[in-house]
Design a protein around this ligand. Structure first.
Ligand SMILES: Nc1nc2c(ncn2[C@@H]2O[C@H](COP(=O)(O)OP(=O)(O)O)[C@@H](O)[C@H]2O)c(=O)[nH]1
Ligand SMILES: [Mg+2]
Length: 367
C-alpha cells in the first residue's frame, strides 16, 4: 500500500517537473544534442562496415573518471639515501632508489596509451635528470612528483597556437583543411569549431570534400542546416579538390572569414587517399592543416599522423573523445613525436564540447 502510494507520488512529481521545464531550455537542449542525433541518422544510412565500427565505438561508455586507478609514483629510499636524508638538507637519489618508481611510471604511461618508444624515452630522461637533482631531504616525494610533471611538460612542449588571433590577423578567407582517420570526429569538429568561431564574430563556409564515404555529405548538410552555415557540395565520387576550390571562390565572393574543408579518411591509410589529400592541399593551399584523431586510438594514430605529416604536412592537432575512458596518453606520444600543437580537444558530442588544450589536465589523469 505504502509502496503504491510512493510510486504514484513519484510519477506525479515526474510529470510536474516535465511540465515545468522551460520551452527555451528544451530548445537549447535540442540544439546541443544535434550532433549526436545527426550522427545517429547518418549511421543508419552508412555502409554496414562503417556502421558496425560506429556501433563498436558507441559502446565505449563515457565515464567520469579513468577506469584504471593511478599507480603510486614515489621513490623508495634505500638505506644509504635514507641515512643521508636524516643528516642533510639536500640529498641526491641513487638509481636503486628510483628503479621501482620508474617501472611504475612506465606502466602508467603505457596504460594511458602512450606508445612504447615514447614511454621509454620519457623514463630515461626523467631518470637522468632526477639523478642529477639536489632534492630537499624533507620533501622528497612531493619534489619528485612535481619534477616528473615538469620534465614531461618540457619534453612535450610545442609552440603555442592561438587559432582565433591567427585567423583574425590573416588575409581572408582563412582556409583550414581537416585530415584524419575515418570516424575520428572531423565532421563533428568542423561544426563545433564553426560555433566557437561564430562567437568570436567569424563566419565560416564548408566544403563537403568527403565525396567518398556514404552519407558524409548529408551529415554535413544536416549540421549546416541547423547552424545556418553555407555548404558547398558536389556529388559522391566527385573530385574533392574541385569542391574545396568552389568553396574558396564562394568565400571570396561573399567575404566569408573561414573556409573549412572536410575530407574523407580511411581506417588504414592508403595510396589513393594520400594522393587525393595531396591534390586537395595543392589546389586549396590551406593556411592550416589540422589532423583530427581520437584520444584512444593509441599507437596506430601516431603512425598514421606521421604518414600524413610526411605526405601532406600537419600544422596542428585536435584530439577528440576525451570524455570517454581514454586517459589521453596518445596525445603525449603525438606531442613528443610530431612536435605540433594541440589546438583544441573534443569532450563530447554536443556543439559546445570543444575546449582549449591543457597539458596539466592530461598529466593529472595519468600520474
Ligand atoms: N564522445 C564523443 N564523441 C565524439 C566526439 N567527437 C566526435 N564524436 C563522435 O564520433 C563519431 C564520428 O564523428 P564524425 O565527425 O562523423 O567523424 P569523421 O568520420 O572523422 O568525420 C560521431 O558519432 C560523433 O558524434 C567527442 O569529442 N566525444
Ligand atoms: Mg566525416
Amino acid at each position: 500500500m505504502f509502496n503504491l502510494l510512493k510510486k504514484k507520488l513519484s510519477n506525479f512529481v515526474d510529470k510536474l517537473s516535465k511540465k515545468a521545464k522551460a520551452p527555451k531550455q528544451e530548445k537549447l537542449e535540442q540544439v546541443e544534442q544535434a550532433p549526436k542525433q545527426i550522427s545517429k541518422q547518418v549511421a543508419q544510412v552508412q555502409e554496414p562496415r562503417a556502421s558496425a565500427e560506429r556501433k563498436y565505438k558507441k559502446e565505449i561508455i563515457p565515464v567520469e573518471k579513468p577506469l584504471l586507478e593511478k599507480r603510486e609514483i614515489k621513490p623508495e629510499l634505500k638505506a644509504p639515501s635514507k641515512i643521508k636524508a636524516v643528516f642533510r638538507k639536500e640529498i641526491t637519489l641513487k638509481e636503486s632508489d628510483i628503479a621501482d618508481m620508474l617501472f611504475e611510471l612506465e606502466l602508467s604511461l603505457l596504460e594511458a596509451d602512450v606508445n612504447e618508444s615514447t614511454a621509454k624515452h620519457f623514463c630515461e630522461e626523467i631518470k637522468k635528470r632526477l639523478l642529477a637533482d639536489k632534492i630537499p631531504a624533507k620533501d622528497i616525494e612531493s619534489f619528485v612528483k612535481k619534477r616528473i610533471k615538469e620534465i614531461l611538460r618540457e619534453l612535450m612542449q610545442t609552440e603555442q597556437m592561438d587559432l582565433i588571433s591567427m585567423i583574425k590577423s590573416s588575409e581572408k578567407p582563412f582556409k583550414i583543411l581537416f585530415l584524419g582517420p575515418n570516424g575520428a570526429g572531423k565532421t563533428t569538429t568542423i561544426a563545433k569549431l564553426t560555433v566557437l568561431l561564430r562567437e568570436q564574430g567569424l563566419s565560416s563556409i564548408w566544403a563537403a570534400s568527403d565525396t567518398f564515404r556514404a552519407a558524409s555529405i548529408e551529415q554535413l548538410e544536416e549540421h549546416a542546416k541547423r547552424l545556418n552555415v553555407r555548404l558547398v557540395k558536389h556529388n559522391y565520387g566527385a573530385d574533392p579538390a574541385a569542391v574545396a576550390f568552389d568553396a574558396i571562390s564562394a568565400a571570396k565572393n561573399s567575404n566569408i572569414d573561414v573556409v573549412m574543408i572536410d575530407t574523407a579518411g580511411r581506417q588504414e591509410t592508403n595510396r589513393n587517399l594520400i594522393e587525393e589529400l595531396k591534390k586537395i592541399a595543392r589546389v586549396a593551399d590551406p593556411d592550416l592543416k589540422i589532423f583530427v584523431g581520437e584520444a584512444f586510438a593509441g599507437k596506430n594514430l601516431v603512425e598514421q599522423a606521421k604518414q600524413f605529416d610526411d605526405a601532406i604536412g600537419i600544422d596542428a592537432f585536435i584530439i577528440t573523445k576525451l570524455d570517454t575512458d581514454a586517459k589521453g596518453g596518445t596525445m603525449l606520444s603525438l606531442l613528443h613525436e610530431l612536435k605540433k600543437p594541440v589546438v583544441f580537444i573534443g569532450t563530447g558530442q554536443a556543439y559546445k564540447d570543444l575546449q582549449p588544450f591543457n597539458i596539466d589536465e592530461i598529466l593529472e589523469r595519468i600520474i
